[in-house]
Design a protein around this ligand. Structure first.
Ligand code: COA
Length: 375
């Protein structure tokens, strides 16, 4: 009983070399590299290589991975036909989770070596953007846009989704958002993926578990919820009353708070700056102003409790300004995190141990069965 920690708070579930968070200081590192430096100098593909291989790539190695991702982007035609059959009204996270699972049926390779699994990780990472973009276009009765044979990972996603090549700034902001969402230590979806992987199930099942866990509003689903909240608030002048009302009713404010960060989430700091730059002089500046005021109001009231903005507070405004539908925000999070999930699973399988914790039994003691005729 002494060891019981609801939500496994504070419990150490695994050892990992991939990602480190300093919650008190609000710092994040991938393999020791500060997130701020990776955002400044690296691309999403480079960070994928870093986590999959445990070191930064050379120029040739990076070119090789980029080419591999490009070659694996196209979905089998049957998968595209399947996506077209999904109800247009279904949530894109449900579509993504289902199609991630479907991809397993097209992988007939019985090989379970680290190399074969790394290849699957690359396939999943390459195909997640295609699944999301195709689903979105098909639900709007538009033809899917074939992956671009040259564009980088983030730019190609925007191209397939919006039907035209993004400008350099837009592509770079998406790339940065993807770097920021790539990994985050032992978060709920990564843990979920590891639990599935620890049974020696397969990588597709682990990733489908990750997508399912990410969907919830306490985790990745918060970015979609933030934008809905901004729309509900409507105007910066309504912020204070909205916050007071929510806190009085003990409603959780989406985009605030974190299990590990008890300081400003460094990813939110970075995205806030891009959201600010993108909002300047546009019709979306109202959203930024609401968010900025919301942040001040929340930090004033809840900062001493360690509740600060998290990454989801500003990602929504950034995607919204790119013209992306609100219900695609969480799938975009998944599309970035898939390489993180797979990197953790590949690492965990090097020294696998089945996850099987205990629970405290609180039901009745042993008693005699009562046959149905006597109940
Ligand atoms: N708004 C208002 N109060 C919050 C809050 C928020 N977003 N997040 C935490 N709190 C408060 C709780 O009400 C609780 O207060 P109490 O002790 O007075 O009852 C206290 O902080 C602890 O909250 P708890 O939910 O137990 O902590 P946790 O570690 O389980 O929470 C989250 C982590 C992320 C689930 C939580 O902060 C949350 O629900 N945030 C909103 C959803 C979100 O943005 N998720 C994305 C995370 S990246």
């Amino acid at each position: 009983m002494d060891d019981y920690s609801p939500g496994l708070e504070g419990v150490i579930a695994a050892k990992s070399r991939l990602c480190q968070i300093d919650g008190a200081l609000g710092k994040l590192f991938y393999m020791g590299y500060p997130i701020e430096e990776l955002v400044e100098g690296a691309t999403y593909e480079e960070c994928c290589y870093l986590l999959w291989h445990g070191r930064l790539p050379t120029r040739e190695e990076l070119a090789g991975l980029k080419q591999e991702l490009i070659e694996k982007r196209t979905l089998p035609q049957q998968v595209i036909d399947f996506i077209a059959l999904l109800p247009h009204t279904s949530h894109p996270m449900d579509a993504l989770r289902t199609v991630a699972s479907l991809l397993a049926t097209f992988d007939q390779n019985p090989e379970r070596s680290p190399e074969a699994n790394l290849n699957r990780a690359v396939v999943l990472t390459a195909q997640f953007p295609t699944i999301i973009a195709h689903f979105h276009r098909l639900r709007q009765n538009q033809k899917p846009v074939e992956p671009h044979p040259k564009l980088g990972h983030a730019a190609n996603f925007l191209y397939m989704l919006l039907g035209k090549e993004p400008d350099e700034t837009m592509a770079r902001v998406m790339d940065i958002a993807m770097i920021l969402h790539l990994d985050h230590e032992m978060n709920a979806s990564t843990f979920g993926a590891l639990v599935t992987a620890s049974t020696l199930s397969d990588l597709y099942s682990a990733v489908a578990t990750g997508v399912g866990a990410l969907k919830g509003s306490l985790h990745g689903g918060a970015n979609e919820a933030v934008l809905k909240m901004l729309q509900e608030i409507g105007d910066p002048k309504n912020v204070e009353a909205f916050v007071d009302d929510a806190l009085a009713k003990k409603v959780k404010m989406m985009g605030f708070g974190h299990r590990v960060y008890k300081n400003y989430d460094p990813r939110a700091k970075i995205l806030k700056e891009y959201a600010r730059r993108m909002s300047e002089k546009t019709k979306f500046s109202r959203f930024f102003k609401i968010n900025d005021k919301l942040e001040k109001a929340m930090v004033e009231r809840k900062g001493k409790q360690g509740i600060f903005p998290n990454v989801d507070l500003y990602s929504g405004i950034v995607y919204h300004q790119m013209g992306i539908a609100t219900d695609l925000f969480t799938p975009i999070f998944a599309m970035a995190r898939v390489s993180g999930w797979t990197a953790h699973v590949l690492e965990y399988w090097q020294d696998n141990k089945l996850f099987r914790p205990n629970s405290i039994y609180e039901g009745p003691g042993p008693r005699k069965f009562v046959p149905i005729s006597q109940r």
